[in-house]
Design a protein around this ligand. Structure first.
Ligand code: CAA
Length: 728
């Protein structure tokens, strides 16, 4: 309890370690205290993020109780040791029984608020969720520069259940509070000060700033400021809740928690404080027990797990990328270059012809300008990003890049030739990355004299927006190259998932079966809008046909034609002609204002097109298929089962490390609803015996496309789920 060295982490000075806090029981090694000129610093030491795990509330409460009884103590400062204040409840403990007698966050919050002596929260790093709720129960809050604030519970399918929905509106007003709670967004310290979340913004160490504030409060004998007693900011702006509910209907489609968040804030406006707290608690429990919250919590940890590679230990040397080169200024290359520029990493874009280079850089400039015009990006940020970007026709310019990303046309001969040349120019130790989405990374690597430095970086289009980065490990890729490429995801604001080499890697390999079934459904009786509606109602951001129109139907068409020459599929395999037919009509999608849908000029809304219906019906007739009514449930089943089955094959072949990695790929790369956890988590929720039964039935009706993966059979027969698999 008394060890002054705990302050090393927070940098506090003037430590007096001789204060005998002997009455505080050694209840928790997770909280330490230090007396400093009449103020007790209560320091949470629960790395990595000081979550409110079992023991933390007990430790803080014991320190409060002892300090309250001691005349030498004038007040308290609550802070976090290490890199952050409290980042929330311990998500790993949700739904688990607590040890008997252990104090809860609710006990802690009541004790903080009721403390007869002032308590000041001194915040650095992040005050999130339960962490911010604890800070709101303190009488004042001091934030240091760089700190961030938020109630991100909605992203876990729950709501701030420890008084956040009742206290924040009382502190900063209903509207800003509701927007923060419903969006789960973080706000930086300066904005937190402007909103009134913190009372003071300080430079330097939180312990010093908090202690100085507390001493002043004590010296002035300032009346304690308890948020529960505030009521002057609870007036409801006209139409606020209606407007919030309307916007949730769009942005939170299919989700429960955002609605419950609004209900809680409304309760803050209409109910006395304690009743509001009870309402919040009821709705919190409802959300916590929901399948959506279970899925979102799975996803939270899956995303973090994906960064861990069993045979690439944490201490593997990582080369930070200080300079990048991207070869190819097309759509993908341009988007990748923007990702580097956004991260403040100087990037050289290399092309073979001046016209292509000018067009590429022009597109990048126009993309930024559009975002600036929409108010989502300050002009200064655009200028900063553009200043990182240079273009050249001289491949020699890649010589000093730490990473070279190739993003040229999907042609093996072209790529091999290019890698041979890159090998002759790039500096020793540089990562040589290919953005191929279909070609064999090992074959590309073999064209160089350093295959251990060659790796796949499969960005998703638009590369400057999409969060997913599939990192493709070749047979010879060395560990530092893997570790460095995975680490690059953080500055690029991407989520990297390591996959092995196979046709389509993980995401697109799974996509193939999903798309194929979507097309067969058209042949059998559905229309694009039927399939898209069913898939969107399931929760996907977009249905397969709208997605194809967005990506450009011609892209796959070109790849298909190329493959038919180089690697033709077996002639007896069922294959739909429809995508070729629409491309032959020049219906490339949004860019030609016609694809699976038609589009009005300047509008991306897909409109069902009678010409497409006629084409589909005629195609079925020509193939002798009697069209039938196909319901949403069948559509969802036919599209999702191939994902699950292919995902199982991928796991069996060791091409993805864990089922959770596949979930991350599908949520961030293909718009699978995070609140359903991803395809593999979803399969576990359906139950693998049920999934197996459905596959076997379809196999009986339609043949070997549906033959279940051996892994799926083994797991289902053993009564296990994908979640029981260990990484590697
Ligand atoms: N509970 C348990 N573990 C947590 C955690 C939490 N609240 N927050 C983070 N962690 C763990 C992560 O799983 C990760 O563990 P591993 O190293 O074993 O993978 C580790 O802490 C570091 O996390 P990140 O890799 O995410 O680190 P970061 O520096 O990129 O981000 C962060 C830090 C901003 C705090 C981020 O972790 C985050 O957003 N955490 C979640 C915050 C949150 O949602 N809080 C609300 C919790 S719910 C709640 O509080 C309910 C309530 O109202 C009572």
């Amino acid at each position: 309890m008394r060890s002054p060295d705990c302050l090393a982490a927070t940098g506090a000075t003037k430590v007096r370690a001789d204060f005998p806090l002997t009455r505080v029981p050694p209840m928790s090694s997770l909280v330490r205290t230090v007396l400093q000129d009449g103020i007790v610093l209560i320091i949470v030491e629960n790395p990595p993020v000081n979550a409110l795990s079992v023991g933390v509330p007990d430790g803080i409460m014991a320190a409060l109780a002892e300090g309250a009884a001691d005349p030498q103590v004038g007040g308290f400062v609550l802070l976090g040791g290490g890199r952050t204040f409290i980042a929330g409840a311990d998500i790993r403990e949700f739904g688990k029984p607590r040890p008997p007698g252990a104090k809860t966050i609710f006990d802690l919050i009541a004790a903080l608020e009721a403390s007869p002596k002032p308590v000041v929260a001194a915040i650095h790093g992040t005050a999130l969720g339960g962490g911010l709720e604890v800070a709101l129960a303190c009488h004042w809050r001091v934030g240091v520069k760089g700190s961030q604030y938020g109630l991100p519970e909605v992203k876990l399918g729950i709501l701030p259940g420890a008084g956040g929905t009742q206290r924040l509106p009382r502190l900063i007003g209903l509207e800003p509070a509701a927007r923060l709670i419903v969006s789960g967004e973080f706000v930086p310290a300066e904005k937190a000060l402007a909103l009134g979340i913190v009372d003071q913004l300080a430079e330097g160490e939180p312990a010093d700033a908090g202690a100085a504030f507390a001493r002043q409060v004590v010296a002035e004998d300032r009346p304690l400021r308890r948020i529960r007693d505030m009521a002057d900011k609870l007036a409801v702006p006209d139409g606020l809740f209606e407007e919030l509910r309307r916007s949730i209907a769009r942005s939170g489609r299919g989700q429960v928690a955002p609605w419950r968040c609004i209900d809680c804030v409304e309760a803050a406006a209409t109910l006395p404080f304690d009743q509001g707290l009870r309402r919040e608690r009821e709705l919190f429990e409802e959300c916590l027990a929901s399948p959506q919250s279970k899925a979102l919590r799975h996803f939270f940890f899956a995303e973090r797990e994906a960064a861990k590679i069993p045979d690439v230990p944490k201490d593997t040397p990582v080369t930070p990328v200080r300079k990048a080169a991207v070869i190819g200024a097309g759509t993908m290359g341009g988007g990748i270059a923007m990702s580097f520029a956004n991260a403040g990493i100087p990037v050289t874009l290399v092309e073979t012809a001046a016209e292509a280079l000018d067009r590429g850089i022009g597109t990048i400039r126009a993309n930024y300008a559009r975002t600036v015009a929409s108010g989502r990006l300050p002009q200064a940020a655009m200028d900063r990003a553009m200043a990182q970007l240079s273009g050249t026709l001289d491949l020699a310019a890649i010589a000093d890049a730490d990473i070279v990303v190739e993003a040229v046309f999907e042609d093996m001969a072209v790529k091999k030739d290019l890698f041979r040349r890159i090998d002759g120019i790039a500096k020793a130790g540089a990562m040589l990355a290919t953005n191929t989405s279909t070609l064999d990374v090992d074959e590309i690597a073999a064209a160089t004299g350093r295959p251990e430095k060659v790796i796949g970086t499969h960005f998703f289009s638009p590369a400057n927006v999409m969060k997913l980065l599939e990192v493709v490990r070749g047979a010879k890729t060395d560990r530092p190259t893997i570790a460095s490429t995975m680490a690059l995801a953080r500055p690029l604001k991407k989520v990297a998932v390591l996959v092995g080499v196979c046709d389509g890697f993980v995401g697109n390999r799974m996509l193939a079966g999903y798309m194929q079934q979507a097309l067969f459904l058209l042949e059998e009786g559905a229309l694009p809008q039927d399939v898209d509606r069913a898939i969107q109602d399931f929760g996907f951001a977009m249905g397969p046909f709208a997605m194809m129109d967005l990506a450009g139907n011609d892209v796959e068409w070109r790849i298909r034609k190329h493959r038919e020459k180089t690697n033709p599929p077996p002639s007896n395999r069922r294959r739909s002609r429809l995508p070729d037919l629409i491309c032959e009509q020049g219906r490339f999608g949004q860019k030609t204002r016609a694809g699976w849908y038609r589009y009005e000029p300047g509008d991306r809304t897909p409109h069902p097109d009678p010409a497409i219906e006629a084409l589909i019906v005629e195609n079925s007739r020509a193939d002798g298929i009697v069209r039938r009514e196909i319901g949403a449930a069948e559509i969802v089943q036919r599209c999702l089962l191939p994902l699950i089955n292919e995902g199982a094959k991928i796991l069996d072949e060791g091409l993805a490390l864990r089922p959770g990695d596949i979930d991350v790929i599908w949520v961030y790369g293909y718009g699978f609803p995070a609140y359903k956890g991803g395809p593999m988590f979803h399969a576990d929720q359906l139950g693998l015996p049920e999934v197996l039964a459905q596959l076997l039935r379809l196999e009986g009706e339609q043949g070997s496309f549906w033959t279940p993966s051996p892994l799926l059979v083994r797991l289902a027969e053993a009564g296990r789920g994908f979640s029981s698999l260990k990484a590697g």
